[in-house]
Design a protein around this ligand. Structure first.
Ligand code: X6L
Ligand code: MG
Ligand code: MG
Length: 182
């Protein structure tokens, strides 16, 4: 049997960003690595948004996305796996807030709150970043406790246009665990 068992475990949300190299291919490669992991199952994939750089603005525009996934990894093990995937996809940390091939940020993990040197949950700055909230809104569960806030903030950001966020493309993504059509 090549079919995977359904993966229960925790619900986590990940933000992805790329502004070096073939941004779209890098985002797709990151999704592929995540989906191939035996303890991670992707449940939803956002649109791909092109976004003006924030923080350090003298760099190329980003493509940003978000994913909803289920995982049996703990928060810290999931974070370390994300950092390992960044390395596999050629991430080299040079300038703080500078260009990167791929950035994989853990935003939310169930309702876990933690504040450790290695990891803070929820992500401490996610609600201030439209390039995170707009894609997150695409994948956030309807019944999530942050749904109203994320929805309001992301709609405002898209409408006023000041945030420099535009939908770049929508991808057709299917989980490896879904059956193929015959
Ligand atoms: C004042 C000072 C205001 C710093 C904002 C915001 C710093 C965001 C860093 C900030 C400040 C960040 C991305 C990005 C970065 C991304 C887009 C960061 C880390 N990552 N811009 N800038 N997308 N559009 O993924 O998020 S650097
Ligand atoms: Mg980031
Ligand atoms: Mg990061």
């Amino acid at each position: 049997m090549d079919e995977q068992y359904p993966l229960n475990g925790a619900e986590a949300y990940i933000a992805l960003g790329s502004n070096m190299g073939n941004r779209e291919q890098l985002l797709l490669a990151a999704i592929g690595l995540l989906d191939a992991h035996p303890e991670i199952a992707i449940s939803k994939v956002s649109g791909m948004y092109e976004t003006d750089p924030v923080g350090y603005t003298d760099q190329p525009p980003f493509l940003n996305m978000a994913l909803a996934l289920r995982t049996t990894l703990s928060p810290l093990l999931l974070l370390r796996q994300l950092l390992e995937f960044e390395q596999q996809l050629g991430r080299v940390r040079q300038i703080r807030w500078g260009p990167r091939t791929i950035d994989l940020d853990l935003l939310l993990y169930d309702n876990v709150r933690m504040d450790q040197e290695e990891l803070t949950l929820p992500h401490p700055r996610m609600m201030e970043r439209a390039f995170v909230l707009v894609p997150l809104h695409d994948v956030l569960d309807q019944s999530h406790r942050l749904q109203a806030e994320v929805s309001a903030e992301s709609k405002a950001a898209l409408l006023d246009g000041k945030e420099g966020i535009t939908l770049w493309k929508t991808i057709n993504w299917r989980s490896a665990s879904e059956p193929f059509e015959s």
